[in-house]
Design a binder for this molecule. Structure first.
Ligand SMILES: [Zn+2]
Length: 360
């Protein structure tokens, strides 16, 4: 727990609150950043617990909404229900975009139930299905009726999605990655001298749509389940991304996304891991984050029970037990780069002041 001292510097307050998915008592714990709905404009991101899949709800300062992925299918619509709870908490009645990073069931499984409950302006996906295992095929076939009735966007790396007040750039899509640096990127990455390529992944993960989101001085990076070789293309030999404030650790923190050259390049202030007790959150990934210089906080959607996993302190873990719990992590960011994250299980809040590092 070498990083504990650094992490606890950011501790603002601990507010004990009860109930499932609490969300209304957060403002007292977050003096730096106003909550969604307050007079101060803010970008809000919900990291929703879908048990090791992805679902990330982004609400812009202009109250546009983008959902990135929709969790697993089945389980009596467990994941769509959790996502709709977050959507209602955010006060959103329409999704401007539903971005599906790729077609695995832990990312598109909840789409039919979500689409039945809320209008969707456009669906963003990578177009061509790559995997043919039965789980992926079943999820894709369930998604197809929604897809055929939706406005579809198949972006290329480097494309922008129009959202007011924020800059959203597609960093990867359909197996391609950025060919030009983003603002703040372009420096040579010395750690690339030790990079070793792995066998190419012929499946869906390597097709993931990844996004870079900028709001004023604040930057967020979500690369879906992009893995080793494709991640390296973004940061070797030059770091095309630049530095980010918050990095949603790619592929749920699995070993094949634990690329040291990426962490060295984007130098996140905060990492968020969308793992479950047994999925993602690899011991090696957690260890790499414990060692990473300059990291101010790591937040996990679940405590990992994988052998050898050194979890971060419970305050930074949204869910300590199995799938009966469903607490989210909620991030609020201001234009000047200040941001906070609240653990909905406890109300514990971490506040991160303006960065003094150039180049974000
Ligand atoms: Zn996944």
């Amino acid at each position: 727990m070498k990083g504990a001292a650094r992490i606890f510097r950011t501790l603002v307050a601990v507010v004990a609150i009860g109930g499932v998915v609490p969300s209304t008592h957060e403002s007292a714990a977050v003096p730096l950043v106003g909550p969604a709905g307050s007079s101060a404009p803010s970008l809000v991101i919900y990291f929703i617990d879908v048990e090791g899949g992805q679902s990330t709800l982004i609400v812009t300062p202009d109250r546009q909404a983008m959902l990135v992925d929709a969790g697993f299918p089945g389980n009596d619509d467990r994941d769509p229900k959790r996502i709709m709870t977050a959507i209602h908490d955010a006060g959103i009645s329409r999704l401007d975009y539903l971005v599906l990073t790729h077609f695995h069931q832990d990312h598109i499984g909840g789409v039919p139930a979500i689409a039945a409950q809320i209008p969707i302006g456009a669906i963003v996906d990578h177009d061509v299905l790559f995997d043919s295992d039965r789980f992926t095929l079943a999820a894709f076939h369930a998604y197809e009726p929604v897809r055929s009735e939706s406005r579809l966007i198949h972006p290329k790396a480097g494309d922008r999605l129009p959202l007011k007040g924020v800059e959203l750039v597609v960093a990867s899509a359909s197996g391609q990655t950025l060919s030009r640096k983003l603002r703040g990127g372009g420096e040579l990455n010395p750690s690339c001298t030790t990079f070793e390529k792995q066998a190419e992944d012929p499946g869906e993960n390597a097709q993931s749509i990844g996004i870079s989101l900028r709001y004023g001085s604040f930057r967020f990076l979500d690369l879906g389940d992009l893995n080793w070789n494709k991640l390296a293309q973004l940061v070797c030999p030059a770091n095309l991304i630049g530095r980010v404030d918050v990095y949603l650790v790619s592929h749920h923190g699995n070993l094949d996304s634990n690329l040291p050259q990426l962490l060295a390049a984007v130098q996140p202030r905060v990492a968020v891991i969308n793992n479950s007790p047994n999925k993602g959150g690899a011991p090696e990934t957690l260890a790499a984050l414990h060692r990473l210089q300059g990291l101010e906080g790591v937040w996990q959607l679940h405590r990992s029970v994988r052998q050898g996993s050194e979890n971060f302190a419970d305050e930074y873990v949204a869910n300590l037990d199995g799938p009966d719990q469903a607490y989210w992590l909620k991030l609020t960011a201001r234009r000047d780069g200040r941001f906070s994250i609240v653990n909905a299980r406890t109300g514990f809040s971490g506040a991160y002041p303006m960065s003094h590092q150039p180049g974000r």
